[in-house]
Design a protein around this ligand. Structure first.
Ligand code: ZN
Length: 332
């Protein structure tokens, strides 16, 4: 098992590659794209709890972000429709660069996938009624990194994947479906559904939770991650937070996920924000945000107190204020 504490920010994030991707390409593309939607009417209700008690928190690259005052979800409103988002992603030069990332960047990101696999296996060991020959559904598979790792592991017998992009994965265990959640023909009940960093990209979340619920065998385990809109990092950096910009269109919170789990008949087993990099992210981006002066003063203090820096990160995790959120639930 990969030791959790051993991974450092720089080991999974290539700063030069990510800076070029975000600042030189993506931000300009998003600013151009957002012009089309600025005068559209707002949805005016929360995508999680449907509350109309909302406040506009800030604007990021031309998109207004509203905060639900009941479940704290932060979301783009007005939001482009799903088909326009898909067009944007397919035509984006920035995302093309992301998909064709250099080998050394791919290699450094593999640590993250090994860590995810270790996490999935430990959750299965603790919570899954079935412990061998597991059938898995992965919703949103990126470049297929996780699926390929699972193929090499005897614990898993079948890997079903739903992913909009074409992937060239050749393995007997893999069954890839390209299309919408509604069109997906379920392969019969699976034991585990996993989904990393997908929910924040979806305009309407209902079909996603329905798919997970209907695909699982009774007692089956649903593991998903999504950024936490209620994190210190977002509150401090606001529109300069790397977690905020499009196409992260909905940033849910622990409260919002509990609401979803209840509504879609899941029992929540674990709901955590086990992030490791919030303090690093605040310090790296602080000079661009609304509290630049305060963060510079704080940075000097933190740099002289490594122990305090670590305990601050620990505090954020304990208080569910980290921007990385993991939910583990069981089908009722
Ligand atoms: Zn809400």
């Amino acid at each position: 098992m990969v030791a959790n504490a051993a991974i450092k920010f720089n080991e999974v994030h290539d700063e030069e590659f990510e800076k070029n991707f975000k600042e030189n390409l993506l931000e300009k593309e998003i600013s151009d794209f957002s012009k089309e939607f600025q005068n559209q009417p707002k949805k005016g209700s929360c995508p999680c709890c449907e509350s109309k008690n909302l406040e506009t928190e800030f604007s990021c690259l031309g998109f207004d972000h509203s905060r639900c005052q009941d479940c704290d979800t932060l979301f783009i409103d007005p939001c482009p429709p799903e088909d326009r988002i898909i067009d944007f992603l397919n035509n984006s030069k920035a995302f093309a660069l992301w998909r064709e990332m250099p080998e050394h960047v791919k290699k450094s990101r593999m640590k993250m996938y090994h860590e995810r696999l270790a996490q999935v296996k430990s959750i299965i060991a603790e919570h899954s009624p079935k412990k061998e020959n597991l059938r898995v559904l992965e919703i949103g598979s990126g470049n297929g990194e996780m699926a390929e790792l699972m193929c090499e592991d005897d614990l898993f017998s079948e890997i079903h994947m739903i992913e909009p992009q074409e992937l060239n994965l050749k393995h007997d265990k893999i069954n890839l479906f390209r299309g919408s959640f509604a069109e997906f023909k379920k392969p019969g009940a699976v034991d585990v559904v996993i989904s990393y960093e997908v929910l924040e990209h979806l305009v309407e979340p209902e079909d996603y939770f329905k798919l997970a619920q209907e695909s699982l065998a009774p007692g089956g385990i649903f593991i998903f991650t999504t950024p936490n809109g209620d994190s210190l990092e977002i509150k401090v950096l606001q529109q300069k937070s790397p977690t905020v910009p499009f196409d992260h269109i909905r940033l849910y919170t622990p409260k919002a996920l509990r609401n979803f789990m209840e509504r879609f008949s899941f029992e929540t087993l674990e709901l955590k924000t086990p992030g490791k990099f919030d303090v690093d992210i605040i310090l790296r981006n602080g000079s661009k945000g609304p509290f630049a002066k305060e963060i510079t003063l704080f940075e000097d203090f933190l740099n002289q107190n490594e122990e305090f820096k670590q305990s601050l990160q620990k505090f954020l995790v304990e208080k569910q204020q980290s921007s990385h959120m993991v939910c583990v639930a069981k089908k009722k």
